[in-house]
Design a protein around this ligand. Structure first.
Ligand SMILES: [Ca+2]
Ligand SMILES: [Ca+2]
Length: 566
């Protein structure tokens, strides 16, 4: 079965290799395609396209003659020493034809600064970018007429955003405020290591040492952990120095649940809610959750799950992985370099991903956090701007691959290059780019804005990089593709919901108190402080949950979910 999938994958790779050999990042970003020149978008009603200064949507330069716009940017001071000679600042102007008068504000002070301006009703620049505002704040001021609603322009007068919304409809939905308007062009990045966050890493050498197969079911995983415990899995002559499964309380995706609970019911390790019959419901009140807790409790009770998993911090747990003889057989964590240094491959290279385990129902799913838009480095347009239509075209361009390359990766053939078409990227597809000067290197001084800008970054920016031998993140990334991709649940609760301003405070309170109550009780059932086999204990837990106003919490979320789905 597995081999067949591999063959199919290789075929896809070969086919895509054949098809894409003429493409380079620079060419694919170019707005020269027919889509840009059909003129369909210029049938626009209202706004920008009637402005004679503007070129056809998606055409560079964006304007027929130079025009000046004021822009405020929250920025990393270490990346910009002089904006007049800054590579990305100059390149944006050169390509778009728009002269930008920059007001740069330290990214640590920009939120306070903008908040003061908004409160005081000060005059705003045409564009505000990366001001570290939240969706709530932006949508509030947007609904009061301070920021321009953009959905009409996106529909009628955009090239890049419109295409992306068609290809990534969830990103489009996430941008919408509760009132149906879009007030911000946010940032977005796809990284499979983050999307497939919660995982189990297992020591492949230990499996070999004990002649064990990779576990595929909860029962097989239990048997492997038991063998780790009972035998000398690390081969040092002592059968009793192994911890079969560990994690720590402040570890990235160190939550006790996730991949251990998924074989029974989907556990996103965050709010732990699921979609059932089109509605958001708690996973933590279902019978399957109770079955999952029984399984994890069994691992804990039998000394297979580390008795310190809730109490130790990463530094304490780290000792199990350091030194010549490793003592942890498996671990719940996002990636191994959250525990051991990337520069010491001997400490992480034996750990491989456990595929999603099958539970009693035979279903196997993996934790999947859909990529979501973030408002913090997004761009908003002043509703009073005299050049709002031009400002929008510029923000539209921010979402192009070309603008992302310029503002975050620097100059082609200087800071990065397009690899030959026969070179494969980390994701197994033809490589998209090879980094020459990596972020943080002195060569990039006064050249880029980095992540402190508005952008839309697709998977290939990470997965499409040229493979480097011994690179930890790339190794983890390939493990995710090999073991987890394709095992996403059918539906998950969206990471962003358009909750109304009237309900937002109540929602935040309920979300925080309910989630901590659930996590607390999850731990109590696992360690046996509450008896998961006792109906009385389980029912008491469910009754207590109600007193946290679980029903109201779900009502707020489902109301927002209905708006989201429209
Ligand atoms: Ca042992
Ligand atoms: Ca041993």
């Amino acid at each position: 079965m597995k081999r067949k999938i591999l063959i199919a994958l290789s075929l896809i790779i070969i086919i895509s290799l054949l098809c894409s050999c003429t493409k380079t990042p620079a060419q694919t970003t170019g707005p020269s395609g027919t889509e840009a020149s059909t003129g369909k978008s210029s049938e626009a009603t209202g706004t920008g396209s009637s402005n004679p200064i503007l070129n056809e949507v998606g055409t560079l330069p964006l304007v027929k003659e130079e025009i000046e716009l004021d822009i405020m940017v929250g920025y990393y001071p270490f990346l910009v020493t002089d904006v007049n000679t800054h590579y990305a600042a100059n390149e944006l102007q050169k390509r778009t034809g728009i002269k930008l008068n920059y007001e740069l504000v330290d990214y640590q002070q920009v939120s306070e600064r903008v908040t003061l301006m908004l409160n005081a009703g000060d005059e705003l620049p045409d564009i505000i970018t990366a001001a570290r505002m939240s969706f709530d704040q932006i949508n509030y001021y947007g609904s009061r007429g301070v920021f321009l609603p953009l959905e009409g322009m996106i529909e009628n007068d955009s090239y890049w955003i419109k295409r992306i919304f068609t290809e990534y409809p969830d990103a489009g939905r996430q941008c919408r405020a509760w009132d149906g308007h879009i007030y911000v062009v946010p940032r977005y990045a796809e990284n499979l290591l983050t999307i497939y966050g919660a995982k189990i890493w297992i020591n492949g050498k230990w499996l070999e040492n004990l002649n064990l197969d990779m576990p595929t079911t909860t029962e097989e995983f239990y048997n492997v952990l038991k063998a780790f415990k009972e035998q000398d899995a690390n081969n040092n002559g002592d059968p009793n120095d192994e911890i079969p499964l560990t994690t720590a309380n402040n570890l990235w995706y160190g939550h006790v649940g996730g991949a251990l609970m998924n074989p029974f019911i989907y556990d996103n390790t965050g709010n732990q809610l699921i979609i059932k019959d089109g509605k958001i419901v708690p996973a933590y009140t279902q019978d399957e959750w109770r079955e999952g807790l029984k399984y994890i409790n069994k691992l804990y009770k039998e000394g297979l799950l580390d008795s310190e998993c809730y109490t130790q911090d990463t530094n304490t747990m780290k000792q199990l992985f350091m030194g010549d003889v490793q003592r942890a057989g498996s671990v719940l964590v996002g990636k191994m370099t959250n525990i051991v240094p990337a520069g010491q491959p001997e400490l992480w290279q034996d750990y491989v991903l456990v595929p999603p385990l099958k539970g009693p129902s035979g279903q196997a799913v993996t934790c999947y956090v859909p990529p979501s838009v973030k408002a913090d480095t997004g761009s908003v347009i002043n509703a009073k701007s005299k050049h709002a239509d031009v400002a929008f075209r510029l923000v539209d361009y921010f979402w192009s691959e070309e603008a992302r390359l310029i503002t975050c990766y620097g100059e082609e053939n200087v800071d990065w290059r397009t690899p030959p078409s026969n070179v494969l990227g980390v994701n197994g597809k033809p490589a998209f780019m090879e980094i020459i000067n990596s972020f943080g290197s002195p060569e990039l001084e006064n050249r880029i804005f980095g992540d402190n800008f508005t952008y839309f970054e697709t998977e290939k920016f990470v997965g499409g990089q040229v493979r480097k031998e011994g690179d930890a993140d790339q190794y983890f990334y390939m493990e995710v593709i090999d073991k987890l991709v394709g095992f996403e649940p059918d539906e998950v609760v969206p990471p962003i919901l358009p909750i109304t301003p009237e309900a937002i405070e109540e929602y935040n309170e309920l979300n925080s108190s309910i989630t901590s109550f659930v996590n607390e009780n999850k731990a109590k059932f696992v360690v046996g402080e509450l008896d998961i086999y006792s109906d009385a204990a389980w029912n008491a837990y469910l009754d207590q949950l109600k007193t946290f106003r679980l029903e109201r919490y779900l009502e707020i979320m489902n109301e927002a979910y209905e708006i989201y789905k429209k």
